[in-house]
Design a protein around this ligand. Structure first.
Ligand code: ZN
Length: 295
């Protein structure tokens, strides 16, 4: 339909997300292993396209979201060579283009539909979704895992939100205190430490922890079990749990915290001239290493 090629469908755009269907299961894989599956806009666009494909295919009963390589996802792309914040993003909600706006508007509009909006859209996908998590699941990575219905992790997986270091109350999709007991959510945020899969399992944030070598087989087994049910019954079951979460205040809480998150971005901009207090990918990685006692 488009008469001009857009940035997102230009032939040189790498395949950041791969898609394959096998035995009623759609395997959607983040495919930037060289950058620990950091999420740039084009990856998020491709991810949304893959989910739509899985929803549209009547043969697909269950969707698995995984990441190629050592880590599930290192979060939003804050500094790889393919960071694409200069691109006009493909807008899924009817917010206007953010890229030519100033002040607090630019980041607010970007995150309103590009981060929070996409996550909510994905959480509402009417087919069961399973996050298959190995290695690091950090910041924006948590958002992708949390929007899935089940999380199956390998024993080397860890979960971390170090965003308080950027003087912000955690990532944009504020599910922390719903995924974990409030006191544990505080710890995750205040300390910014890695939470091992086994500990996340104890709080019910993760459904199963299996050895790394068995991760795919276990996810396939569980997905296969779910895929035996009727499509519409599964959709209604998913909606039922989503409804209960929203009645417990999840959606309203997220809206409220999202605005605190943007107060933080604006405050950082005013006081340091930088949205995240001057911390780029390199500085965050260095601080992380120091905390982990590796450097
Ligand atoms: Zn933000």
């Amino acid at each position: 339909m488009a008469t001009e090629a857009t940035q997102t469908d230009a032939p040189e755009t790498p395949e950041y997300v791969t898609y394959r269907v096998e035995d009623k299961i759609a395997w959607v894989m983040l495919n930037r292993p060289q950058y620990s599956n950091a999420q740039n806009y084009r990856l998020l666009n491709q991810l949304d396209d893959a989910f739509r494909r899985a929803v549209d295919d009547d043969e697909v009963k269950v969707i698995v979201l995984g990441g190629e390589g050592k880590h599930f996802s290192a979060g939003h792309d804050i500094g790889t060579p393919e960071k694409d914040s200069q691109f006009e993003r493909e807008r899924k909600d009817l917010w206007w283009d953010h890229s030519n706006k100033g002040g607090a508007e630019r980041q607010y509009v970007l995150e309103q539909d590009g981060y929070l909006g996409l996550c909510r859209r994905w959480q509402a996908i009417p087919k069961p979704t399973i996050a298959m998590v190995q290695g690091g699941c950090i910041a924006g990575g948590l958002m992708l895992a949390w929007v899935c219905d089940l999380i199956i992790a390998s024993d080397d997986a860890f979960f971390q939100d170090p965003v308080v270091r950027m003087a912000s109350p955690g990532v944009e999709y504020f599910a922390h205190a719903f995924e974990l007991p409030p006191r544990v959510a505080r710890e995750l945020l205040y300390l910014g430490e890695r939470m091992p899969a086994e500990r996340a399992y104890q709080y019910g944030m993760v459904n199963r922890v299996v050895p790394r070598a068995e991760l795919r087989a276990e996810v396939a087994r569980i997905a296969g079990q779910i895929a035996a049910h009727e499509r519409f019954g599964l959709a209604l079951t998913k909606q039922a749990v989503n409804l209960v979460e929203d009645l417990r205040g999840k959606r309203t809480a997220m809206d409220g915290v999202f605005h605190m998150h943007h107060l933080a971005h604006a405050h950082n901009q005013l006081t340091t001239g930088h949205l995240v207090g001057g911390l780029d990918a390199k500085a965050m990685a260095a601080a992380n290493k120091k905390q982990a006692g590796e450097g």
